[in-house]
Ligand binder design. Structure first.
Ligand code: MTE
Ligand code: QUE
Ligand code: MOS
Length: 764
């Protein structure tokens, strides 16, 4: 690659590891060479959803040949807590267990098989306690992991009372397993003075560092955490890796040997948290056009046994419960329910998809109640651009483009004609039914906890002109490393191949936030740009002095530097600068301006900007088996000025498919004791290549720029496209509605598995 235009910002480049992913050369943590005396592990977990631990006997396990350590909570040196917000989460259970699968004892042995065998020899005596397993049960008992939180605007009570029409409803929405291809894993190497080098499959190395240090009663500077890439994170590696790393670190510390902890798929699914299930209840008022005139929604989430990030996730569900619709008089209540199940956690969208889901349900129900076209009712409720633009958290929307997106997608997807065509199809087909939907979306970008919106970077230029790039973000397949490298390539106007993308480590950039909230590029891209600009300034100053020209006539272009009439290669300038003792290393920093949120008043500007999109989905439903297939999907999605169109396309396509899986085939089932029954691909069905729509038209909205000062006017892309999966859900509902002549409100709980669909059809 010699032309900068094919590798800088906006260029169609491929993911830096794309070829290595395919050939298998990409190095994941499990591929790192093991030390000769490394130990392997197994975890003994609770078999009760709620029980007192009366005694633990490890004698037989310890006596097994090859076993080196068997540890429980009493062996912990520091604080037995990895709660990211509230101090309520033990790594190893102490006196009580609170879900089936909770780690109680950890074992290190010569091989994983031996550790596993030893796990059967650990005897734990329990006294079973009453368990709360369902959201409704917890809600009724006011059993929460933290206080409920509400958003309020206007007077919903009065507005509901004076509304022309009124409708109440409730619905259950299931959770979702992350099903990252690489499971949770950690390698802990003990170093001198109790120091540790940790390789953790984590979206949040700084959090792993903090938690391991506290767990072992060490200062953070004694613990170094590194990750080159993950085989998918999707939010599941934001907080969960801390638990895994603490266990590996404790075993390494006690045995003074390198310890690898790699969860098997079943254990991964049983032990670690997932997307929150929700139960929703609403009361909505509206006029003859379907315009919402008052609304109250209760959103109750299944948090599991501890808080983890549940409060922030519930906040985001509340923030997204308006979607693109103007709710003038609204009360939105969030209840973080405590259940004796695994602690649910971050998952692409972070509660947002659940919030968007419920308002789409409500708008859909209104359209059926009034016998109006749901697309029309949606548009009647859209936020305005100049007015009707205040959200339930009192942020004014200043960048609304949903009207343009709607108009464009209606045309490009031929929506109105295809809507008619599905009706015709359904008239003449008895057992196969078609359904179509048009679902708009909006995604607020920023961590809603303001202090997290910061990032750092570190760039070295070596004497030969090659560039070493590091920042606080982590790579999980989303293409962050490629995008940030493109930004740096553009700053220096050099080929992308000159930039070495290096592993994320707490040693190079400290005190980082998780790579999350889709802000990876927004934050780290800005920090890297800041570092690059500092270096560039030094090089410009040096060139202007060397060639005796004004700094304003020093320009970088095409791997060259022009200083007035002088022309020199970037490499030569760097080499000269080095010999003239110019510092060629710089850190960069960025913090998002303007944002704040006051949780006491539930008001503020939690989001720097919004990104928008819309999806038209069409499904074919076999009403005899309940099976459905997406035959076509058209997506128009806003990423501002795209930094990397190929990578953005991948995010949009992947997000849609993952969102579709959430609402269709991915079903988590627990038995009445609280034991997860779907913990392997044999029983948990994620979408596969066959499930991708036969016709899949994905387009990035053209000629747009973010209105705020973002990196090269781009917008975040990681999570927002997940929302497009909601269109598939509504297309399925639309197909079911043909049974009630499009007048009845469909009763369907998510996910829409064939069983749920058959149940729904029977109720029509
Ligand atoms: N894409 C891939 N391929 N793998 C992932 O794990 N995680 C998603 C999204 N896209 C993910 C992904 C989630 S949950 C987030 S928050 C963003 O990527 C994080 O990366 P970004 O902030 O750099 O976009
Ligand atoms: C989106 C997110 C996160 C978030 C808020 C969002 C997230 C996250 C936290 C968070 C909040 C408070 C803490 C903390 C983390 O908030 O990923 O450690 O004390 O970790 O809107 O993705
Ligand atoms: Mo993504 S759920 O913010 O890791």
């Amino acid at each position: 690659m010699n032309d900068k235009d094919i590798s800088g910002v906006g260029a169609f480049v491929v993911h830096d590891s794309a070829h290595k992913h395919v050939t298998g050369e990409a190095v994941y943590i499990d591929d790192l060479p093991e030390l000769p005396n490394a130990l392997h592990t197994w975890i003994v977990t609770s078999i009760y959803a709620h029980a007192k631990i009366k005694s633990i006997c490890i004698k037989d396990a310890l006596n097994l040949e090859g076993v080196e350590a068997v540890l429980s909570a009493k062996d912990i040196l520091g604080t037995n807590d990895v709660g990211p917000i509230f101090p309520d989460e033990p790594v190893l259970a102490e006196d009580v267990v609170e879900y089936i699968g909770q780690p109680v004892v950890i074992i290190a042995a010569k091989t994983r098989d031996i550790a596993r065998e030893a796990s059967h020899l650990v005897k734990i005596d329990y006294e079973e306690l009453e368990a709360i397993l369902e959201i409704r049960d917890a809600l009724e008992k006011k059993h929460f992991v933290a206080s409920p939180h509400s958003l309020k605007i206007g007077d919903s009570k009065k507005a509901l009372e004076s509304s022309k029409h009124r409708l109440q409803g409730e619905i259950d929405l299931g959770g979702q397993d992350h099903f990252y291809l690489e499971g949770q894993i950690c390698i802990a190497h003990p170093l001198e003075d109790d120091d540790l080098k940790i390789y953790s499959s984590t979206q949040h190395p700084a959090e792993v560092q903090k938690m391991v240090a506290r767990f072992l009663n060490l200062a953070k500077h004694s613990v170094s955490v590194e990750v080159r890439r993950m085989g998918g994170g999707f939010g599941g590696k934001e907080t969960q890796p801390a638990n895994i790393a603490c266990m590996a670190a404790l075993l390494a510390n006690k045995t003074k040997r390198s310890v690898k902890l790699r969860l098997a798929r079943d254990e991964d699914m049983i032990i670690t948290g997932k997307r929150h299930d929700f139960y929703f209840k609403y009361d909505v008022g509206f006029n003859d056009d379907g315009e919402i005139t008052g609304i109250e929604i209760d959103l109750a989430s299944k948090c599991g046994h501890v808080a983890d990030l549940s409060t922030s996730i519930l906040d985001r569900a509340l923030f997204f419960a308006d979607s693109v619709y103007y709710l003038k008089d609204a009360t939105l209540n969030g209840f973080p329910c405590k259940t004796n199940t695994v602690s649910n956690t971050a998952f692409r969208g972070f509660g947002g998809p659940q919030g968007a889901f419920i308002i789409e349900e409500i708008v859909d129900a209104i359209s059926n109640k009034l016998n109006l076209c749901s697309h029309g009712v949606r548009k009647v409720n859209y936020y305005g651009t100049e007015d009707r633009n205040i959200t339930p958290y009192h942020q004014t929307i200043e960048d609304n483009i949903i009207h343009e997106i709607t108009e464009q997608l209606e045309k490009s997807s031929d929506f109105q004609n295809r809507l008619k065509a599905t009706r015709e199809f359904n008239k003449i087909n008895k057992y196969y039914k078609k359904g179509i939907s048009f679902i708009p979306s909006k995604f607020g970008v920023s961590f809603t906890t303001a202090f997290l919106n910061q990032a750092g970077a570190l760039i070295h230029i070596y004497g030969d002109g090659s560039i070493h790039l590091n920042h606080g973000g982590t790579e999980m397949g989303q293409g962050l490393f490629t995008k940030v490298a493109q930004i740096v390539a553009s700053e220096f106007q050099v080929d992308l191949s000159r930039i070495k993308i290096t592993a994320t480590t707490t040693e190079k950039v400290p005190n980082t936030s998780a790579t999350a909230a889709s802000s990876g590029t927004d934050l780290n891209g800005m920090a890297a740009q800041n570092a690059a600009q500092k270096l560039k300034k030094r090089l410009i100053k040096f060139a202007s002095e060397k060639y005796e020209v004004d700094q304003s006539v020093v320009n970088f272009k095409n791997n060259m530097v022009y200083a007035g009439d002088n022309e020199i290669s970037f490499n030569q300038l760097v080499c000269d600068a080095y010999h003239n003792r110019v510092s060629l290393s710089a850190t960069g920093f960025y913090k998002t301006p303007k944002i704040f949120y006051n949780r006491e008043t539930s008001q503020g500007k939690p989001f720097f900007y919004y990104t928008y999109g819309a999806c038209v989905a069409e499904v074919l439903l076999d009403t005899l088996t309940g099976e459905s297939k997406v035959v076509r999907a058209d997506i128009l999605h806003d990423v501002g000025a795209s930094l990397s169109p190929n990578i953005d396309m991948g995010q949009i396509e992947g997000g849609f498919v993952q969102g579709m899986g959430w609402l269709t085939n991915e079903e988590l089932k627990w038995d009445d004791k609280g034991s997860l029954k779907t913990h392997a691909p044999s029983t948990y069905k994620i979408p596969v290549s066959r499930d991708i729509p036969d016709v899949f038209n994905v387009e990035i909205l053209k000629n747009v720029k973010c209105k705020e000062e973002t990196i090269y006017s781009s917008k975040a892309v990681g999570e927002p496209p997940f929302l497009h999966g909601i269109a598939v859900w509504h297309a399925i509902k639309d197909a079911i509605k043909s049974y009630g002549d499009y007048k009845k409100i469909v009763k369907l709980n998510a996910p829409a598995t064939p069983e749920e669909i058959l149940k729904s059809l029977n109720s029509m």
